[in-house]
Design a protein around this ligand. Structure first.
Ligand code: NAD
Length: 492
């Protein structure tokens, strides 16, 4: 059957469908960044809550960059419904139709309507999953990237925004002039202190674009930080076909993900927020220890493994992690160096957390791609890898596994693999990091500085650039397999 509201009753009995009517929902959440992750995470928690009969909060979706995949037509064609397929490592799968999305607007084609929707009195929460680069945050200056052409454009033309930052600012301006209702702005992207950084970027933008608005923002908005987790690869044509052949559902927008999920949210709201705790969201006073654990162990390990795995010839994550060389390197060396930089979390045993991560990474039932993990390393690595590296150095500990992982990234950024085949490097800072990688063997310190290692002394820099250079030379001389075998002691 073609997925839509009329056909829900005809869907096979093994598939869970919404037990609530979308007609009774209010669009009290506006979400920016309708990608795969949001559909596997926040929209699912909301769907759970609605199935429990708790509240009537639905989600109105906005994308601020042109989509190009016909998302609006696809969603409208199936009454905003879509199917979620989650699979555990044992092969069990759960299939359910999610009904918490109420509508969608592509902001570049409907600028005024998008801003009005965000500013509406009905909107209690504005949430985001727009990838790290969508924030235009410079980790070196610790401020909005004011020199970025998109931000320069938006500061000059605040009423014709391109960036999420300017859209939110324009909506706050309108809100402050109309209904004046407080609002919660909730980042669900993968980087530490995401709420604080979002607030900083918005305030920094407003300093120039709307200076009079700042006091209103200070007293009428909250920016809770969050830790979000569920491995969600991009949907493939094979997934679409599988859903139809196995379950008889024709859905243009299914999402496949792992069974695991976690959402830890800072208890910091300024508006009426659904009772997310009922759906399993952990609401805590301080998210930071959870963010550090998740970003450094999960995302950092993803980065550490992806470049080396690509060089070893792997294209999917599960088979790569099934290779004893990589698995030992990540579990017994990389993760151990990282753990020393974490803060204790009562009730959380890091050993169990790491073992669970390894079994999630080796879940052969979700086809997660190595290239997805390699995307935008220049944005992800500073938080996930370099901050723990600097902390490890401050503690006077060994950081060889971290340095080998960085050498793997530098080797990847050289742009050709061990057989001389070009590597598809996709990175928003591609030119800078590739140029630094091209001269990294000659100038290892230059590479480390270019990627953002800056909070350490000259002696430490000399020492780590020596080790980094030795690994990079060894990757060239002996290849990735031999280098990992010598490092881990696992026979290759
Ligand atoms: P995706 O490619 O499916 O979707 C990306 C979304 O971000 C799209 O809606 C796109 O419009 C928007 N976007 C991208 N660049 C933007 C920009 N510069 N400005 C405004 N919007 C922009 O990716 P996804 O899997 O949904 O991941 C999105 C984010 O979610 C990640 O970057 C991460 O922060 C977070 N996340 C993802 C996962 C995962 O496993 N996929 C897990 C945890 C957290």
């Amino acid at each position: 059957v073609h997925l839509n509201r009329k056909n829900l009753s005809g869907i096979t009995s093994g598939v869970k469908v919404p037990e609530y009517s979308p007609d009774n929902l209010k669009p009290s959440i506006v979400h920016i960044g309708l990608g795969h992750f949001h559909r596997a995470h926040q929209a699912v928690y909301l769907d759970d809550l609605l199935n429990l009969g708790s509240g009537n909060a639905g989600i109105f979706e906005i994308n601020t960059i042109p989509d190009g995949t016909g998302l609006a037509e696809k969603l409208a064609g199936q009454d905003n419904l879509y199917t979620l397929i989650s699979r555990d490592a044992g092969g069990a799968e759960e299939v359910r139709v999610i009904g918490s999305i109420l509508g969608y607007l592509s902001a570049p084609d409907n600028r005024e309507a998008a801003i009005a929707r965000m500013a509406s009195a009905e909107t209690e929460i504005i949430s985001l999953t727009v990838t790290e680069k969508g924030y235009y945050y410079d980790t070196v200056t610790e401020d909005l990237s004011r020199e970025h052409p998109d931000i320069v454009h938006d500061i000059t033309n605040p009423r014709e925004p391109k960036t999420v930052i300017a859209y939110i600012a324009a909506s706050l301006k309108l809100r402050s002039e109309t209904n004046k209702k407080p609002v919660t702005i909730m980042s669900c992207d993968n980087f530490p202190s995401n709420g604080k950084i979002l607030k900083k970027c918005i305030l920094s933008f407003c300093e120039t674009a709307y200076p009079d608005l700042i006091p209103w923002i200070e007293s009428n908005t909250a920016f809770p930080s969050s830790m979000v987790d569920r491995i969600t690869p991009a949907t493939t044509e094979a997934d679409v076909q599988y859903l139809e052949s196995a379950y008889g559902i024709k859905d243009a927008l299914p999402v496949c993900c792992e069974d695991f999920r976690q959402w830890v949210l800072e208890d910091n709201f300024k508006s009426a927020v659904p009772d997310l705790a009922k759906a399993g969201v952990e609401i805590v006073p301080d998210v930071e220890p959870y963010e550090l654990m998740k970003i450094r162990l999960l995302n950092g390990s993803h980065s550490a493994l992806s470049y080396l795995a690509y060089l070893l010839g792997y294209r999917e994550v599960a088979p790569a992690m099934g290779d004893p060389l990589l698995k030992t390197f990540i579990r017994n060396f990389y993760m151990e160096e990282i753990t020393a930089t974490l803060q204790d979390i009562p009730g959380t045993d890091f050993r169990v957390y790491k073992d669970t991560l390894i079994s999630r990474f080796t879940n052969t039932n979700i086809g997660d791609h190595i290239l997805r993990l390699t995307l935008d390393g220049s944005k992800k690595i500073p938080n996930a890898v370099l901050l723990p590296l600097e902390e490890t150095l401050r503690q006077g500990r060994r950081c060889n596994a971290i340095l080998l992982a960085l050498a793997g990234w530098a080797r990847f950024l050289e742009g050709t693999d061990e057989a001389g085949v070009p590597i598809p490097v996709e990175d928003c800072g591609r030119d800078t990091v590739m140029a630094a990688a091209a001269s990294a063997r000659r100038d290892p310190e230059g590479f480390l500085r270019a990627i953002g290692v800056h909070g350490i002394g000259a002696d430490e820099m000399r020492s780590i650039s020596g080790i980094f250079k030795d690994y990079l030379e060894k990757l060239h001389r002996d290849g990735t397999r031999r280098t990992l075998a010598d490092f881990t002691g696992v026979p290759d």
